[in-house]
Write a protein that binds this ligand. Sequence first.
Ligand code: GSH
Length: 411
Amino acid sequence: MADTGKADKEKAECGKVVLHTYCHSSCGWRVRLALGLKGIPYEYKSWNLLTREHLSEEFKKISPLQLVPVLEIDGDVLVDSIAILEYLEERYPEKPLLPSDLKKRAAVRTVVNMIASSIQPIQNARVLQGIEKLAGPDARLEWAQEYITRGFTALESMLEKTSGKYCFGDEITLADVLLIPQMNNANRFKVDLSPFPTLVRLRDTLYELELVQESTVEKQPDFPKPTDSGVVDNRIVVHRASATGDHEEIVSQSEDDDCQETQPNEPQSGTSHSSRTEHTKEAKKHFDRYVVESGDNKHKEMARCKYCHREFVYNSTRMSQHLLGAKDSRNYVQTKACGAAPAHVVENLRRLTPGKLSSIRRPPHKYQRVAVDETAQRSNFSRQEREEIVRLVQLQLRQEQSVEVLQSKSA
Ligand SMILES: N[C@@H](CCC(=O)N[C@@H](CS)C(=O)NCC(=O)O)C(=O)O
Protein backbone atom coordinates (compact mmCIF):
# COMPACT_ATOMS: atom_id res chain seq x y z
CA MET A 1 0.00 0.00 0.00
CA ALA A 2 2.77 2.37 0.99
CA ASP A 3 4.53 1.69 -2.30
CA THR A 4 1.44 2.44 -4.35
CA GLY A 5 1.01 5.74 -2.55
CA LYS A 6 4.61 6.66 -3.25
CA ALA A 7 4.29 5.64 -6.91
CA ASP A 8 1.14 7.72 -7.24
CA LYS A 9 2.79 10.73 -5.71
CA GLU A 10 5.77 10.42 -8.04
CA LYS A 11 3.46 10.04 -10.99
CA ALA A 12 1.61 13.21 -10.02
CA GLU A 13 4.82 15.09 -9.52
CA CYS A 14 6.18 14.05 -12.93
CA GLY A 15 2.97 14.16 -14.91
CA LYS A 16 1.79 17.54 -16.05
CA VAL A 17 -1.77 18.64 -15.59
CA VAL A 18 -3.40 20.33 -18.59
CA LEU A 19 -6.71 22.15 -18.42
CA HIS A 20 -8.45 22.46 -21.78
CA THR A 21 -10.87 25.32 -21.48
CA TYR A 22 -11.82 28.80 -22.64
CA CYS A 23 -11.76 31.97 -20.59
CA HIS A 24 -15.55 32.43 -20.80
CA SER A 25 -16.44 28.86 -19.93
CA SER A 26 -18.19 28.79 -16.56
CA CYS A 27 -17.65 25.03 -16.30
CA GLY A 28 -13.94 25.55 -16.92
CA TRP A 29 -13.93 28.23 -14.24
CA ARG A 30 -15.12 25.63 -11.69
CA VAL A 31 -12.11 23.45 -12.44
CA ARG A 32 -9.55 26.21 -12.29
CA LEU A 33 -10.97 27.25 -8.93
CA ALA A 34 -10.64 23.72 -7.58
CA LEU A 35 -7.10 23.38 -8.97
CA GLY A 36 -6.20 26.69 -7.37
CA LEU A 37 -7.76 25.84 -4.01
CA LYS A 38 -5.93 22.54 -3.94
CA GLY A 39 -2.69 24.15 -5.01
CA ILE A 40 -2.26 22.07 -8.16
CA PRO A 41 -0.24 23.78 -10.88
CA TYR A 42 -1.52 23.27 -14.40
CA GLU A 43 -1.01 24.23 -18.00
CA TYR A 44 -3.79 26.20 -19.68
CA LYS A 45 -4.82 25.10 -23.17
CA SER A 46 -7.38 27.36 -24.77
CA TRP A 47 -10.09 26.33 -27.24
CA ASN A 48 -11.92 29.35 -28.53
CA LEU A 49 -15.66 28.71 -28.27
CA LEU A 50 -16.42 31.86 -30.25
CA THR A 51 -14.55 30.60 -33.28
CA ARG A 52 -15.91 27.10 -32.64
CA GLU A 53 -12.50 25.54 -32.08
CA HIS A 54 -14.16 23.04 -29.78
CA LEU A 55 -16.10 21.67 -32.74
CA SER A 56 -12.91 20.86 -34.63
CA GLU A 57 -11.78 17.30 -35.38
CA GLU A 58 -8.70 17.99 -33.29
CA PHE A 59 -10.75 18.69 -30.16
CA LYS A 60 -13.14 15.86 -30.90
CA LYS A 61 -10.21 13.50 -30.48
CA ILE A 62 -9.72 14.87 -26.95
CA SER A 63 -13.39 14.96 -26.03
CA PRO A 64 -16.15 13.35 -28.08
CA LEU A 65 -18.65 15.61 -26.29
CA GLN A 66 -16.90 18.66 -27.75
CA LEU A 67 -17.47 20.66 -24.63
CA VAL A 68 -14.95 22.26 -22.32
CA PRO A 69 -13.48 21.69 -19.77
CA VAL A 70 -11.28 18.66 -20.17
CA LEU A 71 -8.49 17.82 -17.76
CA GLU A 72 -5.41 15.80 -18.60
CA ILE A 73 -4.06 14.39 -15.39
CA ASP A 74 -2.08 11.33 -14.35
CA GLY A 75 -1.93 10.29 -17.99
CA ASP A 76 -5.72 10.24 -18.27
CA VAL A 77 -8.15 12.53 -20.02
CA LEU A 78 -11.11 13.51 -17.85
CA VAL A 79 -14.22 15.01 -19.39
CA ASP A 80 -17.00 16.89 -17.55
CA SER A 81 -16.31 19.40 -14.81
CA ILE A 82 -18.16 17.53 -12.08
CA ALA A 83 -16.35 14.28 -12.78
CA ILE A 84 -13.12 16.28 -12.75
CA LEU A 85 -13.97 17.93 -9.42
CA GLU A 86 -14.80 14.57 -7.85
CA TYR A 87 -11.55 13.12 -9.19
CA LEU A 88 -9.51 16.00 -7.77
CA GLU A 89 -11.28 15.64 -4.45
CA GLU A 90 -10.36 11.98 -4.14
CA ARG A 91 -6.91 12.34 -5.64
CA TYR A 92 -5.93 15.36 -3.53
CA PRO A 93 -7.83 14.99 -0.26
CA GLU A 94 -5.38 17.13 1.73
CA LYS A 95 -7.32 20.32 1.07
CA PRO A 96 -10.85 18.98 1.03
CA LEU A 97 -13.71 20.69 -0.77
CA LEU A 98 -16.30 18.29 0.59
CA PRO A 99 -17.14 18.14 4.33
CA SER A 100 -16.21 15.06 6.34
CA ASP A 101 -19.75 14.73 7.67
CA LEU A 102 -21.85 12.43 5.46
CA LYS A 103 -25.03 14.51 5.60
CA LYS A 104 -23.23 17.78 4.93
CA ARG A 105 -21.42 16.15 2.03
CA ALA A 106 -24.77 15.22 0.54
CA ALA A 107 -26.04 18.78 1.03
CA VAL A 108 -23.00 20.23 -0.74
CA ARG A 109 -23.52 17.79 -3.60
CA THR A 110 -27.14 18.88 -3.81
CA VAL A 111 -26.06 22.46 -4.47
CA VAL A 112 -23.42 21.28 -6.93
CA ASN A 113 -25.97 19.25 -8.86
CA MET A 114 -28.60 21.97 -8.75
CA ILE A 115 -26.23 24.29 -10.56
CA ALA A 116 -24.60 21.70 -12.77
CA SER A 117 -27.79 19.92 -13.82
CA SER A 118 -30.71 22.26 -13.30
CA ILE A 119 -29.33 25.69 -14.07
CA GLN A 120 -26.23 25.89 -16.27
CA PRO A 121 -27.22 23.26 -18.86
CA ILE A 122 -30.61 24.92 -19.42
CA GLN A 123 -28.92 28.20 -20.32
CA ASN A 124 -26.11 26.58 -22.26
CA ALA A 125 -25.42 27.52 -25.87
CA ARG A 126 -26.92 24.49 -27.48
CA VAL A 127 -30.19 24.84 -25.64
CA LEU A 128 -30.45 28.57 -26.34
CA GLN A 129 -29.81 27.96 -30.01
CA GLY A 130 -32.76 25.56 -30.03
CA ILE A 131 -34.98 28.04 -28.17
CA GLU A 132 -34.09 30.73 -30.65
CA LYS A 133 -34.96 28.49 -33.57
CA LEU A 134 -38.33 27.67 -32.06
CA ALA A 135 -39.30 30.98 -30.55
CA GLY A 136 -37.11 33.68 -32.08
CA PRO A 137 -34.07 35.62 -30.82
CA ASP A 138 -35.91 37.50 -28.05
CA ALA A 139 -36.81 34.25 -26.33
CA ARG A 140 -33.18 33.43 -25.50
CA LEU A 141 -32.72 36.00 -22.76
CA GLU A 142 -36.16 35.41 -21.29
CA TRP A 143 -35.54 31.66 -21.17
CA ALA A 144 -32.14 31.98 -19.53
CA GLN A 145 -33.44 34.47 -16.97
CA GLU A 146 -36.42 32.29 -16.15
CA TYR A 147 -34.37 29.19 -15.40
CA ILE A 148 -31.57 30.92 -13.57
CA THR A 149 -34.16 32.71 -11.43
CA ARG A 150 -35.98 29.46 -10.66
CA GLY A 151 -32.75 27.76 -9.70
CA PHE A 152 -31.58 30.71 -7.64
CA THR A 153 -34.88 30.84 -5.75
CA ALA A 154 -34.28 27.30 -4.54
CA LEU A 155 -30.59 27.95 -3.85
CA GLU A 156 -31.35 31.09 -1.87
CA SER A 157 -33.75 29.27 0.45
CA MET A 158 -31.23 26.48 1.01
CA LEU A 159 -28.15 28.59 1.48
CA GLU A 160 -29.75 31.12 3.82
CA LYS A 161 -30.00 28.21 6.26
CA THR A 162 -26.60 26.59 5.72
CA SER A 163 -24.28 29.47 4.96
CA GLY A 164 -21.76 31.06 7.22
CA LYS A 165 -18.99 32.95 5.57
CA TYR A 166 -19.32 30.58 2.63
CA CYS A 167 -22.12 28.33 1.33
CA PHE A 168 -21.68 25.77 4.10
CA GLY A 169 -20.28 27.30 7.26
CA ASP A 170 -16.90 28.93 7.12
CA GLU A 171 -15.05 26.46 4.92
CA ILE A 172 -15.00 26.66 1.15
CA THR A 173 -16.66 23.70 -0.49
CA LEU A 174 -17.54 22.60 -4.00
CA ALA A 175 -20.81 24.51 -3.57
CA ASP A 176 -18.82 27.77 -3.58
CA VAL A 177 -16.78 26.56 -6.53
CA LEU A 178 -19.99 26.11 -8.53
CA LEU A 179 -21.66 29.26 -7.24
CA ILE A 180 -19.02 31.76 -8.34
CA PRO A 181 -19.18 31.12 -12.11
CA GLN A 182 -22.95 30.72 -12.04
CA MET A 183 -23.33 34.14 -10.43
CA ASN A 184 -21.31 35.48 -13.32
CA ASN A 185 -23.63 33.75 -15.78
CA ALA A 186 -26.59 35.34 -14.02
CA ASN A 187 -24.99 38.72 -14.39
CA ARG A 188 -24.41 38.19 -18.08
CA PHE A 189 -28.05 37.31 -18.59
CA LYS A 190 -29.09 40.39 -16.61
CA VAL A 191 -30.87 38.40 -13.94
CA ASP A 192 -32.33 40.58 -11.19
CA LEU A 193 -30.36 39.52 -8.13
CA SER A 194 -32.26 41.59 -5.59
CA PRO A 195 -34.38 38.62 -4.42
CA PHE A 196 -31.17 36.69 -3.66
CA PRO A 197 -29.32 38.57 -0.90
CA THR A 198 -27.64 35.44 0.44
CA LEU A 199 -26.22 34.50 -2.96
CA VAL A 200 -25.00 38.05 -3.49
CA ARG A 201 -23.40 38.17 -0.05
CA LEU A 202 -21.67 34.84 -0.60
CA ARG A 203 -20.40 35.96 -3.99
CA ASP A 204 -19.03 39.18 -2.53
CA THR A 205 -17.30 37.37 0.32
CA LEU A 206 -15.77 34.85 -2.05
CA TYR A 207 -14.51 37.63 -4.30
CA GLU A 208 -12.46 38.96 -1.43
CA LEU A 209 -10.13 35.97 -1.86
CA GLU A 210 -7.15 36.64 -4.09
CA LEU A 211 -7.43 33.18 -5.54
CA VAL A 212 -10.98 33.88 -6.65
CA GLN A 213 -9.97 37.22 -8.14
CA GLU A 214 -7.23 35.49 -10.09
CA SER A 215 -9.70 32.93 -11.42
CA THR A 216 -12.00 35.43 -13.12
CA VAL A 217 -12.57 35.44 -16.86
CA GLU A 218 -10.53 38.52 -17.62
CA LYS A 219 -7.51 37.17 -15.76
CA GLN A 220 -7.18 34.18 -18.07
CA PRO A 221 -4.41 34.04 -20.68
CA ASP A 222 -6.86 33.79 -23.59
CA PHE A 223 -8.93 36.80 -22.53
CA PRO A 224 -8.50 39.44 -25.28
CA LYS A 225 -5.84 42.00 -24.48
CA PRO A 226 -6.68 45.71 -24.29
CA THR A 227 -6.64 47.25 -27.73
CA ASP A 228 -4.60 50.26 -28.66
CA SER A 229 -5.70 53.78 -27.94
CA GLY A 230 -7.77 55.53 -30.56
CA VAL A 231 -10.06 58.48 -31.14
CA VAL A 232 -13.76 57.79 -30.93
CA ASP A 233 -16.02 60.71 -31.74
CA ASN A 234 -14.82 63.48 -29.52
CA ARG A 235 -13.40 61.15 -26.97
CA ILE A 236 -10.09 59.51 -26.65
CA VAL A 237 -10.33 55.93 -25.61
CA VAL A 238 -7.34 55.66 -23.41
CA HIS A 239 -7.80 52.12 -22.38
CA ARG A 240 -9.96 49.38 -23.61
CA ALA A 241 -10.50 45.96 -22.19
CA SER A 242 -13.18 44.45 -24.29
CA ALA A 243 -13.82 40.92 -25.29
CA THR A 244 -16.05 42.07 -28.09
CA GLY A 245 -13.61 44.40 -29.81
CA ASP A 246 -11.59 42.18 -32.08
CA HIS A 247 -14.24 39.60 -32.39
CA GLU A 248 -17.34 41.63 -33.09
CA GLU A 249 -18.21 39.75 -36.21
CA ILE A 250 -17.55 36.41 -34.70
CA VAL A 251 -19.44 37.26 -31.54
CA SER A 252 -22.52 38.24 -33.44
CA GLN A 253 -22.58 34.81 -35.01
CA SER A 254 -21.95 33.10 -31.73
CA GLU A 255 -24.77 32.09 -29.50
CA ASP A 256 -22.71 30.56 -26.81
CA ASP A 257 -23.96 31.21 -23.33
CA ASP A 258 -20.48 31.02 -22.00
CA CYS A 259 -19.18 33.69 -24.30
CA GLN A 260 -19.65 37.41 -24.44
CA GLU A 261 -22.85 38.72 -25.80
CA THR A 262 -22.86 42.03 -27.61
CA GLN A 263 -25.15 44.70 -26.28
CA PRO A 264 -26.95 45.78 -29.43
CA ASN A 265 -28.26 49.01 -27.94
CA GLU A 266 -25.03 50.18 -26.49
CA PRO A 267 -22.57 52.31 -28.39
CA GLN A 268 -19.63 50.10 -29.26
CA SER A 269 -16.35 51.87 -28.98
CA GLY A 270 -13.92 51.30 -31.76
CA THR A 271 -11.72 53.19 -34.11
CA SER A 272 -13.45 52.66 -37.42
CA HIS A 273 -15.51 55.28 -39.20
CA SER A 274 -18.47 52.93 -39.43
CA SER A 275 -18.54 52.35 -35.69
CA ARG A 276 -18.44 56.13 -35.12
CA THR A 277 -21.39 56.59 -37.46
CA GLU A 278 -23.26 53.81 -35.73
CA HIS A 279 -22.54 55.34 -32.39
CA THR A 280 -23.84 58.77 -33.44
CA LYS A 281 -26.95 57.16 -34.91
CA GLU A 282 -27.47 55.31 -31.67
CA ALA A 283 -27.03 58.46 -29.60
CA LYS A 284 -29.68 60.31 -31.62
CA LYS A 285 -32.29 57.76 -30.61
CA HIS A 286 -32.06 58.94 -27.04
CA PHE A 287 -33.15 62.49 -27.73
CA ASP A 288 -36.41 64.11 -28.78
CA ARG A 289 -35.83 66.49 -31.62
CA TYR A 290 -37.83 69.69 -31.89
CA VAL A 291 -37.64 73.21 -33.27
CA VAL A 292 -37.91 76.52 -31.38
CA GLU A 293 -38.17 80.07 -32.61
CA SER A 294 -35.03 81.96 -31.86
CA GLY A 295 -36.18 85.42 -32.96
CA ASP A 296 -36.08 87.18 -36.32
CA ASN A 297 -38.20 84.39 -37.69
CA LYS A 298 -35.26 82.08 -37.34
CA HIS A 299 -35.63 78.57 -36.04
CA LYS A 300 -33.31 76.59 -33.91
CA GLU A 301 -33.22 72.82 -33.89
CA MET A 302 -33.14 71.42 -30.40
CA ALA A 303 -32.68 68.06 -28.73
CA ARG A 304 -34.02 66.94 -25.36
CA CYS A 305 -32.40 64.04 -23.55
CA LYS A 306 -35.02 61.37 -22.90
CA TYR A 307 -33.44 60.46 -19.57
CA CYS A 308 -32.74 63.73 -17.83
CA HIS A 309 -34.71 66.07 -20.12
CA ARG A 310 -31.76 68.34 -20.57
CA GLU A 311 -32.04 70.48 -23.67
CA PHE A 312 -29.37 71.14 -26.24
CA VAL A 313 -28.99 72.83 -29.55
CA TYR A 314 -29.11 69.84 -31.87
CA ASN A 315 -25.56 68.68 -32.36
CA SER A 316 -24.76 65.01 -32.64
CA THR A 317 -21.31 65.26 -31.07
CA ARG A 318 -22.64 67.16 -28.07
CA MET A 319 -25.44 64.66 -27.76
CA SER A 320 -23.16 61.63 -27.70
CA GLN A 321 -20.91 63.43 -25.27
CA HIS A 322 -23.84 64.13 -23.03
CA LEU A 323 -24.89 60.49 -23.05
CA LEU A 324 -21.39 59.31 -22.40
CA GLY A 325 -20.80 61.91 -19.74
CA ALA A 326 -17.76 63.37 -21.48
CA LYS A 327 -16.83 66.65 -19.89
CA ASP A 328 -13.58 68.46 -19.58
CA SER A 329 -10.99 67.49 -17.03
CA ARG A 330 -12.65 64.36 -16.02
CA ASN A 331 -11.94 60.73 -16.28
CA TYR A 332 -14.71 58.26 -16.63
CA VAL A 333 -14.92 54.65 -15.98
CA GLN A 334 -17.51 53.43 -18.40
CA THR A 335 -18.98 50.01 -18.31
CA LYS A 336 -21.01 48.50 -21.04
CA ALA A 337 -22.42 46.29 -18.40
CA CYS A 338 -25.93 45.06 -18.45
CA GLY A 339 -27.91 46.66 -15.69
CA ALA A 340 -27.00 49.85 -13.93
CA ALA A 341 -24.02 50.01 -11.65
CA PRO A 342 -25.71 49.15 -8.39
CA ALA A 343 -25.35 51.33 -5.34
CA HIS A 344 -23.04 48.88 -3.59
CA VAL A 345 -20.63 49.02 -6.52
CA VAL A 346 -20.37 52.74 -6.19
CA GLU A 347 -19.99 52.38 -2.44
CA ASN A 348 -17.26 49.80 -2.81
CA LEU A 349 -15.39 51.86 -5.36
CA ARG A 350 -15.41 54.74 -2.98
CA ARG A 351 -14.12 52.49 -0.22
CA LEU A 352 -11.46 50.90 -2.39
CA THR A 353 -10.01 54.13 -3.69
CA PRO A 354 -9.76 56.27 -0.58
CA GLY A 355 -8.50 59.76 -1.13
CA LYS A 356 -7.97 59.18 -4.82
CA LEU A 357 -11.40 59.92 -6.11
CA SER A 358 -13.41 62.90 -5.03
CA SER A 359 -16.73 61.61 -6.20
CA ILE A 360 -18.21 58.71 -7.98
CA ARG A 361 -21.59 59.21 -9.45
CA ARG A 362 -24.06 57.15 -11.28
CA PRO A 363 -25.94 59.11 -13.87
CA PRO A 364 -29.46 58.16 -14.81
CA HIS A 365 -28.70 57.38 -18.41
CA LYS A 366 -29.07 54.18 -20.26
CA TYR A 367 -25.36 54.10 -20.92
CA GLN A 368 -24.25 52.51 -17.73
CA ARG A 369 -21.38 54.41 -16.40
CA VAL A 370 -19.53 55.09 -13.27
CA ALA A 371 -18.03 58.51 -13.58
CA VAL A 372 -14.99 59.18 -11.53
CA ASP A 373 -14.02 62.75 -10.84
CA GLU A 374 -10.47 63.39 -9.96
CA THR A 375 -9.25 65.18 -6.92
CA ALA A 376 -7.03 68.23 -6.92
CA GLN A 377 -5.89 69.85 -10.13
CA ARG A 378 -4.72 66.78 -11.97
CA SER A 379 -6.40 66.05 -15.23
CA ASN A 380 -5.04 62.62 -15.94
CA PHE A 381 -4.91 59.32 -14.26
CA SER A 382 -1.65 57.51 -14.70
CA ARG A 383 -1.76 54.32 -16.74
CA GLN A 384 -1.36 52.35 -13.54
CA GLU A 385 -4.28 54.14 -11.91
CA ARG A 386 -6.46 53.60 -14.96
CA GLU A 387 -5.68 49.92 -14.92
CA GLU A 388 -6.41 49.74 -11.24
CA ILE A 389 -9.79 51.45 -11.69
CA VAL A 390 -10.69 49.18 -14.58
CA ARG A 391 -9.80 46.22 -12.44
CA LEU A 392 -11.87 47.47 -9.53
CA VAL A 393 -14.90 48.17 -11.66
CA GLN A 394 -14.66 44.82 -13.36
CA LEU A 395 -14.38 43.16 -10.02
CA GLN A 396 -17.25 45.08 -8.55
CA LEU A 397 -19.56 44.52 -11.46
CA ARG A 398 -18.40 40.98 -11.98
CA GLN A 399 -18.15 41.99 -15.60
CA GLU A 400 -15.29 40.74 -17.56
CA GLN A 401 -15.99 42.85 -20.57
CA SER A 402 -16.08 46.36 -21.78
CA VAL A 403 -14.76 48.51 -19.05
CA GLU A 404 -13.06 51.61 -20.30
CA VAL A 405 -11.51 54.62 -18.76
CA LEU A 406 -12.51 57.45 -21.02
CA GLN A 407 -11.07 60.87 -21.04
CA SER A 408 -12.40 63.83 -22.88
CA LYS A 409 -10.16 65.18 -25.63
CA SER A 410 -9.74 68.53 -24.02
CA ALA A 411 -8.72 67.13 -20.66
N1 GSH B 1 -21.60 18.97 -18.10
C1 GSH B 1 -20.49 19.63 -18.72
C2 GSH B 1 -20.99 20.84 -19.45
C3 GSH B 1 -19.88 21.49 -20.22
C4 GSH B 1 -20.35 22.72 -20.98
O1 GSH B 1 -21.54 22.98 -21.09
N2 GSH B 1 -19.38 23.47 -21.47
C5 GSH B 1 -19.68 24.69 -22.21
C6 GSH B 1 -18.84 25.81 -21.68
S1 GSH B 1 -19.21 26.09 -19.96
C7 GSH B 1 -19.31 24.47 -23.67
O2 GSH B 1 -18.31 23.86 -23.97
N3 GSH B 1 -20.16 24.97 -24.55
C8 GSH B 1 -19.94 24.88 -25.96
C9 GSH B 1 -21.15 24.41 -26.70
O3 GSH B 1 -22.23 24.29 -26.10
O4 GSH B 1 -21.00 24.15 -27.89
C10 GSH B 1 -19.45 20.01 -17.66
O5 GSH B 1 -19.85 20.23 -16.51
O6 GSH B 1 -18.26 20.06 -17.97
